[in-house]
Design a protein around this ligand. Structure first.
Ligand code: LP5
Ligand code: MN
Length: 256
């Protein structure tokens, strides 16, 4: 199991979905980064930080919205350890991006050793095993050969493909039930069992919650991070989780 040793209070946020069309969300996130640098001992972002990441080479000719996000991430990485995890939208984030930011890539899943105890952290899409069409898509795009071929294409070509995939995903999601797009109970139980943890944190489903369950007689908790949207949602949506010696606590962006 891939361990990540952490000291002091840790902040976690996922599913920010930064992109060219969400300036208010970007601004809120940049403010959040500054607060994290002031108060946290480390910041962990387990996936879908970006609405779509088509390859690390985009940082060489970053449009203004991306340049601002990268600058913010780099600044925080200069102050506290920054860990980036891959989601289903930004699974192509790689070592070149991490190096450019002075960040580190999270293992999948990451076994966090926090001052509260052991916590398993992952994006969460791998637990959505009832969604066969998605798991098929995931297997395709996580294949190293597929990634090599995709990354060999020009940036405009990749952007067009990402846009097409987003459109198809949105259309497909409208046909799926809410249950299919949520995590599978067995997959979650297996994760608790395999990692021998009592706490799992993930994002992806956009259903923020603290679920209490029993696995092999153990009391376990599954904390789900919210997605962020300060451009189209009213009130603005988003938030983060703090893990310190007292446990886990949610913070709502709107209340901050
Ligand atoms: O992302 P979201 O929340 O809408 O839905 C996800 C699952 N969908 C995805 C697909 C991504 O949104 C696509 C964008 C990735 C961009 C980044 C990199 C560029 C890669 C280019 C790829 C060709 O992750 C969705 C789940 C949902 O979460 C809940 O878990 O249900 O799964 C799907 O929608 C899968 C579909 O059912 C089937 C596949 C649709 C994509 C088809 C690709 C077509 C490629 C065309 C290229 C020319
Ligand atoms: Mn996701």
């Amino acid at each position: 199991m891939n361990k990540v040793a952490l000291q002091g209070p840790v902040w976690l946020a996922s599913d920010i979905h930064l992109g060219p069309a969400t300036p208010a969300t970007s601004e809120a996130f940049l403010g959040f980064l500054e607060a994290a640098a002031d108060e946290a001992a480390a910041l962990l972002l387990p996936g879908d930080i970006f609405d779509a990441w088509i390859g690390d080479d985009v940082i060489q000719a970053a449009p203004p919205w991306l340049a601002a996000a990268l600058q913010g991430l780099k600044r925080i990485a200069g102050r506290i350890p920054l860990w980036l995890g891959r989601g289903n939208r930004d699974f192509l984030m790689g070592a070149a991006l991490a190096d450019a930011l002075g960040a580190r890539l999270l293992p999948e899943p990451a076994l966090l050793e926090t001052e509260y105890g052991r916590v398993l952290l992952t994006h969460g899409d791998e637990y959505c095993t009832d969604d066969a069409a998605y798991q098929q898509f995931r297997a395709m795009v996580r294949n190293p050969q597929w990634q090599e071929q995709f990354l060999a294409k020009s940036i405009p070509e990749r952007l067009a493909m990402a846009q097409e995939a987003r459109g198809e995903s949105q259309a497909a999601n409208q046909m799926k039930s809410a249950e299919i797009m949520d995590v599978n109970a067995q997959a979650v139980e297996n994760a608790f069992r395999t990692a021998q943890v009592d706490t799992i944190v993930h994002g992806h489903t956009h259903r923020p919650a603290r679920h209490v369950l029993e696995v092999d007689g153990r009391r376990c908790e599954r904390w789900v991070l919210p997605d962020w949207d300060c451009d189209h949602a009213s009130p603005p949506r988003g938030g983060w989780l703090v893990i310190d010696r007292d446990g886990l606590t949610f913070y709502d962006l709107d209340a901050a």
